[in-house]
Design a protein around this ligand. Structure first.
Ligand code: G4P
Length: 529
């Protein structure tokens, strides 16, 4: 197969949802279709179970699972499909945001009874801002839930999407009869059998045909006809171009648990989902068809085996091919690195491969060279954009609790920050270190991992910040900027790249600062350059 054909057959995507909507179940059914796993229950959920905050064995176990499920790849209809795992727990949202920089499209799973939930809103917003093509899958149709039209309204309003259904449920819950597939023009009758792998469908090009009554009954048949008519009037016709540009989101209905409606989703997905997309770097747009390799690190997993300082850096290939033992430029460090055992990912295992293509993820063993966001090339000096840090929501001083282990503590903090577990700010005034996280759970994870992986001990102390604002003065030499820094000196720090950050203690203080020092711009993500 040629290089171009290899690119054309790749589909790299993520499944996003609020916890419990059915992401793990759907992933598993997709893998079943690809023949990548043989039975249901093979994919372990990586969600943090409720009440697990203090159970560190649980956290470690989850980390193990999370390596295994970071990338799940399988073949379906000649396409190579890479699913990138996205943690649903909100305390790990930052991880998910970063993974979204490596996907070419997403599937959004929504629970038919719960509708649009908080975590879905946040994740979809990130995808929308980046024009990532999205398909919506409304799950759990075997249960009583919201009316399909109401739900689509909710999706449009809360998620600010423009939707069009490509399948439509016939009844719901107890009366759930099946699904009319608008995309393929056929009916799939629901039998409620989760063991079923292959679905029998009944072709139905003419919905007016009297046969419909015979199959689903008179009342449901009439109702379906009315609903389809309404859909034709109210929703835009599906257009692949609009979907690809992020302007239109097709909606599918089904029940992942019962393996129902999943094949329809997958068949449409492989047909319309984008091939690896071009990506913007700080110097130019990089296209996948370019012969020279480029890629970036979007995730780092460290110290799975405490006896070895092993880290696995996950690189998304943007262009060219990644080959074993070939030297590549680590742009930030300005040095060439070779990899003798790059890992590629399959259903649930990783294997050493000789060559990988755009859209693929390779896992590189690393001894501490990589940070999230690093770029690899064949010599070109450029950096991929778009792995922002968002402002943390919790801030605490970190103190050394064992003076004999201060080196270990420093190294541990440094490496955990490289991994993206949390963000570190160093106060300008006294050099004290403040750790910012998205969720409170991270503080316990950090403390536990520092102790078990680096033999270092830490304590925390509250730091009264509310938000981290990255600071950019219009003129670094003007008096206004100098005054701002003087007045706010207790709250000024730098992030790990040395960028200036104002750790504001309240929304009010942010507003006052903006009014009083208009020439000092404040940004709420680090990605403002
Ligand atoms: P997540 O990864 O998005 O967090 O969700 P997950 O797939 O783990 O699914 C959450 C719960 O919803 C699971 O039940 C799962 O069995 C159930 N579920 C998923 N799809 C469907 C569906 O189509 N219909 C119905 N009725 N339920 C569905 P659980 O009891 O929390 O977990 P488990 O013990 O069954 O694994």
């Amino acid at each position: 197969m040629s290089f171009i054909e290899e690119i054309a057959r790749r589909r790299t995507f993520g499944i996003i949802s609020h916890p419990d909507a059915g992401k793990t179940t759907l992933t598993e059914k997709l893998l079943l279709f690809g023949g990548a796993i043989q039975e249901a229950g093979a994919v372990k959920s990586n969600k943090i179970k409720k009440g697990a905050t203090s159970d560190f064995m649980e956290i470690e176990r989850q980390r193990g699972i999370s390596v295994a499920t970071s990338v799940l790849a399988f073949n379906y209809k000649d396409k190579k499909i890479n699913i990138l795992d996205t943690p649903g727990h909100k305390d790990f949202a930052e991880d998910t945001f970063r993974t979204l920089t490596a996907v070419d499209s997403v599937i959004v799973v929504i629970d038919v009874a719960k509708g649009v939930e908080e975590q879905t809103e946040k994740l979809v917003e990130v995808c929308r801002m980046r024009n990532i093509p999205m398909i919506v899958f409304i799950n759990k149709l075997d249960r009583e839930g919201k009316d399909a039209f109401d739900l689509m309204d909710e999706v449009e309003q809360k998620l600010k999407l423009r939707v069009t259904p490509l399948s439509f449920p016939i009844g719901m819950g107890y009366d759930f009869k099946g699904i009319y597939n608008i995309w393929e023009k056929n009916i799939n009758l629901f039998e409620g059998d989760s063991r079923k792998n292959i679905e029998e469908t009944i072709a139905f090009s003419d919905i007016e045909s009297k046969e419909l009554e015979g199959i689903i009954g008179e009342k449901p048949a009439n109702r379906l006809r009315e609903e389809l008519e309404l859909i034709g009037e109210v929703y835009p016709a599906f257009s692949t171009e609009e979907y690809l540009s992020g302007d239109l989101q097709p909606v599918f209905f089904g029940s992942a648990l019962n393996n129902f409606g999943v094949r329809e989703l997958l068949d449409c997905f492989v047909e319309i989902a984008p091939t690896p997309r071009a990506k913007e770097s700080d110097t130019r747009l990089v296209r996948p068809e370019e012969e020279k390799l480029s890629g970036f690190v979007f995730k780092i997993h460290a110290n799975m085996d405490p006896k070895h300082r092993d880290r696995l850096a996950f690189v998304k290939i943007v262009s060219g091919t990644f080959e074993k033992n070939k030297p590549y430029l680590h742009v930030r460090q300005g040095k060439n690195l070779k990899f003798s055992s790059p890992n590629a990912f399959f259903a649930e295992k990783k294997e050493i491969v000789d060559i990988s293509y755009p859209g693929d993820i390779v896992g590189l063993h690393d001894t501490g060279n990589f940070k999230i966001g690093d770029t690899l090339t064949e010599g070109e000096k450029m950096n991929f954009k778009g792995i922002p840090s968002f402002s943390p929501e919790h801030f605490r001083y970190i103190n050394n609790a064992d003076p004999l282990k201060s080196k270990q503590l420093e190294k541990g903090i440094d490496q955990l920050m490289d991994e993206g577990v949390a963000q570190l700010f160093t106060l300008e005034m006294n050099g004290r270190k403040v750790i910012g996280t998205v969720g409170a759970l991270q503080y316990e994870v950090i403390q536990y991992r520092l102790e078990h992986e680096y033999s270092a001990k830490c304590t925390y102390e509250n730091f009264p910040a509310f938000k981290a604002c990255w600071v950019k003065p219009q003129d670094p030499k003007n008096e206004e900027f100098a005054e701002f820094k003087r007045v706010k000196q207790k709250f000024m720090g730098t992030d790990k790249y040395g960028q200036l950050v104002f750790l504001a203690d309240s929304e009010f203080s942010i507003q006052m600062t903006q009014q009083k020092y208009p020439s000092v711009e404040l940004f709420f993500t680090s990605d403002f350059q």
